[in-house]
Design a protein around this ligand. Structure first.
Ligand SMILES: [Cu+2]
Length: 276
């Protein structure tokens, strides 16, 4: 209870200072700044619905506890009361929590359904979790590449530790991005806090989600399902760029990460095996 109180006080006082974070910050409380309508809805739901309700409940229960301790203390009540129940109070403490749950359920389901209904996608990405890196595919563009963590000693200036990858994902701003998520070995989860996206990557199954980034920038996320010893070392980096920059990247990526090359390599490997 006291923890909740500290959390509320601290997050209210610290939140404005974290306004521009696209990545986790030291000693951060609360969310990273939203970069999509979906995340804005989640932040609204948390900050203006859950937090006030939980604060009110915490304060009310604290008041009841203190009141009971003082009012019914042993020194003032030599003979204990024999009251065992009160119908009115029992009806109230069943009905009021039910009402609170209904009030919370409505916006909560709204957010859930909006995450679940994927609008017509402008760009489709496939993210595949591996132990321990992410593989990406742009199925409509014939692009495929792997995305590994950049080790601390190889970091360039302004690149965050444990969050930087060698091959970043690029997506255009203000476009619907559909992400198909799966895994090749164990459970992983593709998560990007600023977009309000977090989906399990399950071997043999494709999960879908979507986001529409409303500002450009570099956004960082991490695998969010314990997947083994290097779970902490498979970050996600997404660059949100303008349409023109995206097209430039596409041109380059189609050369660098062409799927055909991969297929040819597999074919060559097969031929070598046959010759052997
Ligand atoms: Cu993982």
């Amino acid at each position: 209870m006291f923890k909740n109180f500290i959390y509320v006080t601290l997050s209210l006082s610290l939140l404005p200072g974290l306004a521009d974070a696209n990545e986790p910050k030291d000693w951060q409380l609360g969310f990273q700044k939203a970069a999509s309508k979906g995340m804005e809805d989640i932040v609204w739901f948390h900050d203006f619905m859950l937090l006030p309700i939980i604060t009110a409940i915490t304060v009310f229960v604290l008041f009841l506890l203190i009141y009971t301790c003082v009012r019914f203390r042993a020194s003032k009540n030599k003979v204990a009361s024999t009251t065992s129940h009160n119908t009115m109070i029992e009806v109230l403490w069943t009905l009021i929590p039910c009402l609170i749950l209904i009030v919370m359920a409505v916006p909560s389901f709204k957010v859930l359904y909006s995450q679940d209904t994927i609008p017509k996608a402008d760009v489709t990405i496939k993210a595949v979790g591996y132990q321990w890196y992410w593989g990406y595919e742009y199925p409509d563009e014939n692009i495929i590449f792997d995305s590994y963590l950049v080790e601390e000693k190889d970091l360039k200036e302004n690149q965050p530790r444990l969050l930087t990858v060698d091959n970043e994902v690029y997506v255009p701003v203000n476009k619907v991005i559909k992400v198909m998520i799966t895994a090749n070995d164990v459970l992983h989860a593709w998560a990007l806090p600023s977009f309000g996206v977090k989906r399990d990557a399950v071997p043999g199954r494709i999960n879908e989600t979507w986001f529409k980034a409303d500002r450009t920038g570099t956004f960082y996320g991490q695998c969010s399902e314990l997947c083994g010893i290097k779970h902490a070392f498979m970050p996600i980096t997404v660059n949100v760029v303008t349409e023109d920059e995206y097209n430039l990247w596409l041109e380059e990526a189609k050369q660098k990460f062409a799927k055909e090359n991969l297929n040819t390599n597999i074919k060559i490997a097969k031929k070598i095996k046959e010759i052997k």
